[in-house]
Write a protein that binds this ligand. Structure first.
Ligand SMILES: [Zn+2]
Ligand SMILES: [Zn+2]
Length: 257
């Protein structure tokens, strides 16, 4: 599977060369999208990602550094579809979000754009709860709430994901309160852990994974905060002394698992 990073930054002010968090996983030509920070579809398009192959968009929580590019992503999919007179290859586009208000707000904005966002396919909402969100012949995506946001009357508002595909397990933290939030996923091991560092130091996370003896084969840091951004190479070197198989993601990185 191919993993493409469109944004590697946390919710910082505009930062040269980096945008807010987003990435995709491509399996058998189908694009599964995770978080949709500013500019994500712009970057993806220029990286050669076929936006008409996007079928499922998983948004960990409704903060702006994770949804800021959602409207533009949906707009670009429609634009490509109308220009090329081609429907999205995998049918309707589903947006998975913890709350419907953010989805409806995004659609409200789109409704007043070109062609009133009229499409020959549907843009569907799927509310995220602790469950298997999607399972098909290629992939399974499970959601587990974390404590980055408080529970509301509408349920938990922030989630982590476990993606199982091609006999590999990938955990994506989203934003978390502590790495303990991921223990249900991590105690079962994973091939790759994509974990945010906006709210923690990378060294602490490396130490935690080693101390807990979790079977995590590779660590990919993204959603970088100032601690990493201000000393990228220094923090990376210190992390490598704790956990060797560690990567600090950059915008436009591509990984094959
Ligand atoms: Zn964030
Ligand atoms: Zn957040």
């Amino acid at each position: 599977m191919k993993i493409s990073i469109f944004g590697s930054c946390s919710g910082t002010l505009p930062f040269e060369g980096r945008h807010h968090t987003a990435f995709s996983i491509i399996i058998n030509g189908r694009v599964y999208w995770f978080d949709a920070g500013e500019n994500c579809s712009y970057t993806a398009y220029l990286m050669g990602i076929d936006l008409l192959a996007v079928s499922d968009i998983f948004i960990s929580h409704p903060h702006m550094d994770h949804v800021g590019g959602l409207g533009n992503l949906l707009w670009n999919i429609r634009k490509l579809s109308t220009q090329s007179n081609t429907l999205p290859y995998f049918g309707d586009v589903t947006v998975y979000l913890p709350n419907e208000e953010t989805f409806n707000g995004t659609l409200s904005v789109l409704k007043h754009t070109e062609g009133n966002y009229k499409t020959e396919y549907h843009t569907l909402f799927h509310k995220i709860t602790d469950s298997v969100l999607l399972k098909n012949e290629n992939i399974e995506v499970e959601a587990k709430h974390n404590r980055h946001l408080e529970k509301t009357n509408d349920g938990w508002q922030s989630f982590s994901f476990r993606i199982t595909a091609e006999n590999k397990k990938i955990v994506y933290s989203g934003d978390i309160q502590s790495v303990d939030d991921l223990s249900d996923f991590l105690k079962e091991g994973c091939d790759a852990l994509f974990i945010e560092t906006g709210h923690h130091t990378a060294e602490d996370i490396c130490n935690y994974i080693v101390e807990k003896q979790y079977s995590v084969k590779a660590l990919y840091f993204l959603h970088h905060g100032r601690k990493i951004l201000n000393d990228f190479d220094g923090v990376l070197q210190r992390c490598k002394t704790i956990f060797q198989n560690v990567y600090f993601c950059n915008d436009k990185d591509v990984f094959y698992l």
